[in-house]
Ligand binder design. Structure first.
Ligand SMILES: Nc1ncnc2c1ncn2[C@@H]1O[C@H](COP(=O)(O)OP(=O)(O)OP(=O)(O)O)[C@@H](O)[C@H]1O
Ligand SMILES: [Mg+2]
Length: 363
């Protein structure tokens, strides 16, 4: 049965260093949660704490309401797949998958039935007698997943399981993991650095920074309504462009915000009255190139990235970093040319001095 997993003010340090700084998270049965965040922010540590491989300093981890802090990994009914999956080289695919059941003394008939089922789900039946050295990376990865799911764990924990596969295999395995989840409906906590994996697999994404949860929500909600500048900048490639600006007054058409680099003032409807430093955030797909004198921003095209389906121009317009603009794939924008960039203030995000998203004024 799928489990509900609850983290209540969970904290963890190594020596003097506080790594997990009070995480609260309620994961519903069958939910697919993806943990993202910069390297070293504590994703693997958190996953290992759920598995029981790391102790909890303070706070509580509960499975279906019952505290599991003191339960050993084997008593938690979790399956883990790591980035570096070590298969037993001297065993066949079938023996690798069956091993945990053998250890658990599951009788031969049932073992055979469960292994057959898993090999079938993972499309490994034809390879059952092969050894790991005879398999491709993606096939090995599937065996590692098979080893974990054959035990029917209530909770699956994946730590960057696809990061050492090539692009084509990653895409294939991503679809397989998604299909598997629809079929098995286990609770999943999945760590990845891959934006596409996070956006496509997750029911909800958890963004961690330095051991603290920045935002939890469905992928598109986080993309469209980031709670702060960190989340806004973390999700989306190329990154959201950030422009230093100043709130200079409130008029009939909203808050007037002046872009520092260009001096252009834009009205932000629905914003309350305020003064002082703010940051405007704008995504590449919400920007348009124009003549320099017509832009809300003007500058030199530093670099052009042509990805086939999309082309991005990176414009040095005096912001924190060059602003990425998505242009039509067929549009020729030479690097070094001077361009203007326009955008609709309604598509912009506004952040206060501390990086918190300014909420729409709801008076
Ligand atoms: N056993 C340990 N002893 C001491 N410090 C540790 C230990 N395990 C992890 N850390 C530290 O805790 C921090 C978080 O590590 P963790 O492996 O959880 O990061 P991560 O978010 O998974 O990063 P990455 O994306 O690079 O895998 C790091 O600064 C790391 O050095
Ligand atoms: Mg890690």
């Amino acid at each position: 049965m799928p489990s509900q997993v609850e983290l209540c003010d969970v904290q963890k340090g190594f020596g003097e260093r506080q790594i997990i700084k009070g995480v609260n998270l309620l994961i519903q049965p069958s939910e697919f949660i993806v943990l993202v965040g910069p390297s070293g922010c504590g994703k693997s540590t958190l996953l290992r704490m759920i598995a029981g491989l790391e102790s909890v300093d303070t706070g509580e981890i509960r499975f279906d309401g019952a505290p599991v802090n003191d339960r050993r990994p084997a008593e938690r009914n979790v399956g883990m797949v790591f980035q570096s999956y070590a298969l037993y080289p001297h065993m066949t695919v079938e023996e690798n998958v069956a091993f945990a059941l053998k250890i658990a003394r599951v009788d031969a008939a049932e073992r055979r039935q469960r292994v057959d089922e898993v090999l079938d789900v993972l499309q490994l039946s034809a390879l059952r007698n092969s050894r790991p050295s005879q398999l491709s990376g993606g096939q090995r990865q599937r065996v590692a997943i098979g080893r974990s799911i054959v035990r029917k764990p209530a909770v699956f924990l994946f730590d960057e399981p696809l990061s050492n596969l090539d692009t084509a295999l990653r895409v294939q395995m991503r679809l397989e993991i998604s299909r598997l989840h629809h079929r098995l409906r286990n609770t999943v906590v999945y760590v990845t650095h891959d934006q596409v994996e996070a956006m496509t697999l997750a029911d909800r994404i958890v963004v961690l920074e330095a051991g603290t949860v920045q935002q939890i929500g469905p992928p598109l909600e986080l993309y469209e309504r980031p709670a702060n500048k960190f989340v806004a900048g973390f999700l989306g490639t190329p990154q959201m462009g950030f422009l230093a600006a100043e709130a200079v007054g409130h008029g009939a058409d909203g808050l007037s915000v002046r872009i520092c680099a260009s001096g252009v003032t834009l009205p932000f409807r629905g914003q309350g009255s305020r003064q002082g430093n703010v940051t405007i955030g704008i995504r590449p797909e919400d920007c348009t190139l124009c003549a320099p004198e017509q832009g809300h921003l003007a500058g030199e095209v530093l670099q052009v990235e042509r990805l086939g389906s999309d082309t991005f121009a990176f414009v040095e317009g005096g912001g924190e970093a060059p602003v990425a603009v998505r242009v039509g794939a067929d549009r020729d924008v030479p690097a070094g040319s001077r361009v203007g960039v326009t955008f609709d203030p309604a598509r912009c995000h506004l952040f206060d001095d501390s990086g918190v998203t300014l909420p729409p004024h709801t008076a």
